[in-house]
Design a protein around this ligand. Structure first.
Ligand SMILES: Nc1nc2c(c(=O)[nH]1)N[C@H]1C(S)=C(S)[C@@H](COP(=O)(O)OP(=O)(O)OC[C@H]3O[C@@H](n4cnc5c(=O)[nH]c(N)nc54)[C@H](O)[C@@H]3O)O[C@H]1N2
Ligand SMILES: Nc1nc2c(c(=O)[nH]1)N[C@H]1C(S)=C(S)[C@@H](COP(=O)(O)OP(=O)(O)OC[C@H]3O[C@@H](n4cnc5c(=O)[nH]c(N)nc54)[C@H](O)[C@@H]3O)O[C@H]1N2
Ligand code: SF4
Ligand SMILES: [Mo]
Length: 719
């Protein structure tokens, strides 16, 4: 039977059984599991089932979040028409009225305060096409230098470290398929079992094949369960721990001298630096016994092959860049990169955490990972966009710094797409106060998030079921997310909303696209010759091949599986090692007499980021319907905290109320609170605003707190 006939019969069958199927990718993490949503109508009731679809990265697997993602996408609270705030209340308006309002406000602000007074805050959960377009929108339609995105709070330390050490930043230097073949694995500050569950089988297979697994984490997580050696360090001491390992590797002459000589620069500085450090002091500082540091160092150095993975535990620190660089120092000193089953992986977080950091949404960046400060890069992109090079703004500031500029009155208007900074930024009270000061605030979202509540206008966007486009997954593999469900009500695709606003501002001629694919064609051109070169990738190829690893400069190019086999991306082709101090320049918010405990923050399996989506999914919310604090029973006893009671946690900046959860698996000097809840459970009310000087990452993973049983009088005082 011909394919056409088969298709015809399948369509007829679907009509009879009232079954529709939608191909898409999970809206959550960087694994970007491919899936199909099956919609069955049984009499008048609709039933939805999500099933995994085969692909090179996730091989058809899905975790509980993917299986239940449709519950938020189909939720009755989805906004389905534009909302304008009138007399403090949101009222339904037409797209025309919303766009007129935007035009008037933006024009009056820019006439009064200049182009840079309007900022754009973007996201790594939108497609490459949208991230690209948002960067173009800021520079061409608004002519503002102020654009940055939520990836600044996520991937920036690892990205900066990779750029500094290797000369380029693709999160994974190798394809995932090499993991099961490696002999030793170091997992630093990454909880893959809860955060990228469908990646776990690669590590489980490695373990079955005999790999030795080292986990570095203050908690015994589900990921630490597969460890042969768990270094349960004090939060925020990874840089010091890496120095300890380097010292042992160098003193025991376990370095790969030939590799260092040929492929690296800066080793002598590192050698001199670690020689001056004391292992006893490092052990004291990190809380890890010298014997364990030695075991990890020797094992990692001695095996023939090895891989290093980092995530936010190491990176979300005020010295996150330096800590990652020091772990990379280890990798280079033992020559475990650029070879089979040897390499580095910064485990990306959001669905498009990789792609959205490549195509111009960052304050200092143009598409293709080009620099907005580089003359040639500026000229090339200006030409693609059809403007004069002088018209391109220069670099702006990072996400949290934009919020500060709002507070100071320098930025008075803002467009926000696909993020919830009132909950996700540090120093939450300050952020909320700043956003309230905006003269104009437009939010583009699926729901009235905690941040959207503060907006003047909310525009309804499309979800992963509706919005086609490319997403670059954790491996650096560009994938095509097919999405064919019609937008609900008057919701529009994010890319269409950007084009409509540009049109309202009189810049429509630069934003004439009929489809996401048309935008991708322009992105290909804009990325050509850049570091993140997508020019050989087409929708047709992505449909046929299931995903392509960049760089891919030609349509005949197969994509790049392994990076740095013969050279690194710096002009001299060498990896750059550097000496890293045990204690960072920006002091961390470490425990004091008044605030005697470390607080660290992170994630749990069923929820996603600020919870706007997963708190609306009945199946997921049922697993954790409120926030909690993980606390060691001995510590709990000391502060008279019973199990499963409401407690108050305070830092210098604020307080939250959450439920206690006793756990033997956490360090007694540390408590852990997840980030998925808002308002009086928003853990970011506690976190300090200090930023890593290199990448401007906040220190989400270390904060000094005190804990006490709940006093009823406090509850009434809290908002
Ligand atoms: N279920 C779920 N999955 C997600 C997400 C989600 O919200 N929920 N979010 C996605 C996103 S955007 C991201 S960025 C990733 C994040 O993925 P991860 O970075 O793996 O997640 P986290 O829980 O933030 O932190 C990882 C681990 O760091 C540990 N840690 C804390 N402090 C330190 C420290 O000082 N040193 C070390 N070595 N470890 C420390 C924590 O105990 C935690 O187990 O997950 C993605 N996947
Ligand atoms: N304390 C602490 N804070 C942290 C972290 C931590 O570990 N600890 N982690 C940080 C990290 S790694 C991250 S990535 C940030 C994330 O922080 P945010 O970006 O603020 O978090 P999300 O919850 O993903 O917000 C996404 C918003 O976009 C909406 N949305 C979803 N899909 C779409 C879409 O397709 N289009 C549009 N227009 N809107 C959509 C959702 O409804 C939601 O309101 O938080 C950071 N904050
Ligand atoms: S949350 Fe991540 S691992 Fe789970 S289904 Fe979605 S993309 Fe896959
Ligand atoms: Mo993230």
């Amino acid at each position: 039977m011909t394919e056409l006939l088969l298709k015809y019969f399948r369509t007829k069958q679907k009509e009879v059984q009232s079954e529709k199927t939608y191909d898409t990718q999970c809206p959550f993490c960087s694994m970007q599991c491919k899936m199909q949503l099956i919609e069955q109508t049984i009499v008048t009731r609709k039933k939805y089932t999500a099933v995994g679809k085969d692909n090179p990265t996730t091989k058809g697997r899905l975790c509980m979040k993917g299986m239940n993602a449709h519950q938020h996408a189909l939720h009755s609270e989805r906004i389905t028409h534009p909302l304008l705030k009138k007399n403090g209340e949101f009222v339904r308006v037409s797209w025309d009225e919303a766009l007129r309002f935007i035009k008037e406000r933006v024009m009056s602000i820019q006439v009064e305060n200049g182009h840079d007074a309007v900022a754009v805050y973007g996201s790594a959960s939108i497609t490459n096409e949208e991230a690209y377009l948002l960067g173009k929108f800021a520079r061409v339609a608004l002519k503002t230098k102020h654009i940055d995105y939520n990836g600044r709070l996520c991937m920036s330390a690892a990205a900066t470290a990779a750029n500094q050490t290797f000369g380029m930043d693709r999160g994974f230097t190798n394809a995932l398929t090499e993991i099961p073949k490696t002999r030793v694995i170091m997992l630093a500050g990454t909880n893959i079992a809860e955060c990228q569950p469908t990646m776990m089988p690669y590590f489980e297979e490695a373990k079955e094949n005999g790999a030795y697994i080292i986990v570095i984490d203050p908690r015994e997580t589900a990921t630490a369960n597969i460890a042969d050696l768990h270094l349960k360090l004090k939060p925020g001491t990874d840089a010091a721990l890496a120095n300890g390992m380097l010292k042992i590797i160098i003193e025991k002459r376990l370095t790969d001298e030939a590799f260092i000589k040929q492929r690296a620069a800066g080793f002598e500085d590192v050698k001199r630096h670690v020689a001056s450090l004391s292992l006893e002091e490092i052990s004291e500082q990190t809380g890890v016994p010298i014997e364990q540091i030695r075991k990890a160092a020797v094992k990692f150095a001695k095996e023939d092959t090895g891989m290093l993975f980092t995530a936010r535990g190491v990176e979300q620190q005020t010295d996150g860049t330096a800590a990652v660089r020091n772990l990379l120092n280890i990798l280079i000193s033992v020559g475990k990169i650029g070879k089979f089953a040897c390499g580095y992986g910064a485990i990306t977080g959001q669905g498009n955490g990789q792609g959205a950091r490549e195509h111009g949404q960052k304050a200092d960046q143009l598409p293709g990972y080009r620099s907005i400060e580089n003359e040639r890069d500026r000229a090339y992109i200006a030409d693609v966009w059809g403007i004069a090079e002088e018209e391109l703004p220069k670099k702006g500031v990072s996400a949290y710094e934009m919020i500060k500029k709002v507070h100071e009155g320098e930025i008075t208007g803002m467009f926000l797409m696909c993020s919830n900074p009132a909950v996700s930024n540090p120093n939450a009270h300050f952020v909320k106060a700043a956003l309230k000061k905006l003269k104009f605030f437009a939010v583009i979202d699926l729901f009235i998030s905690e941040t959207a509540r503060l907006a003047d206008v909310i525009l309804p966007a499309s979800s992963y079921l509706e919005d086609e486009g490319t997403m670059t997954n954790v491996e650096g593999r560009v994938t095509l997310r097919e999405a064919s469900r019609p937008c609900p009500g008057e919701a529009r695709h994010d890319w269409k909303i950007i084009c409509d606003i540009a049109d309202a501002l009189g810049k429509g001629r630069f934003f004439r696209y009929e489809s996401a694919e048309e935008i991708f064609q322009e992105l290909r051109k804009a990325s050509r010759g850049g570091i993140a070169d997508y020019s050989g990738i087409t929708y047709k190829r992505l449909r046929k091949e299931g995903g392509i690893l960049w760089p891919c400069p030609e349509t005949e190019h197969p994509g790049t599986e392994r990076l740095f086999e013969t050279e690194f991306a710096h002009p001299d082709q060498k990896a750059k090692m550097c000496a890293v101090p045990n204690e960072p320049a920006v002091k961390k918010d470490r425990p004091t007499e008044e605030y005697p405990l470390y607080l660290t923050t992170g994630r749990v399996m069923p929820h996603y980021l600020t919870g706007v989506q997963t708190r609306r999914s009945a199946s997921l919310a049922a697993r954790h319907f409120e926030s909690f604090v993980e606390i060691h029973p001995n510590t709990a006893a000391k502060y008279q905290i019973a199990d499963r009671v409401l407690v108050k946690i305070e830092s210098k900046r604020g307080r939250i109320i959450v439920r206690s959860k006793w756990s033997e698996s956490i360090r007694p000097d540390t408590v852990f609170v997840p980030m998925h809840w808002a308002d009086s459970q928003n853990v970011n009310s506690l976190i300090a605003e200090d930023l890593d000087p290199s990448c401007k990452m906040p220190g989400f993973k270390v904060c000094a707190v005190r804990i006490s049983p709940l006093d009823d009088k406090i509850v009434n005082k809290l908002s």
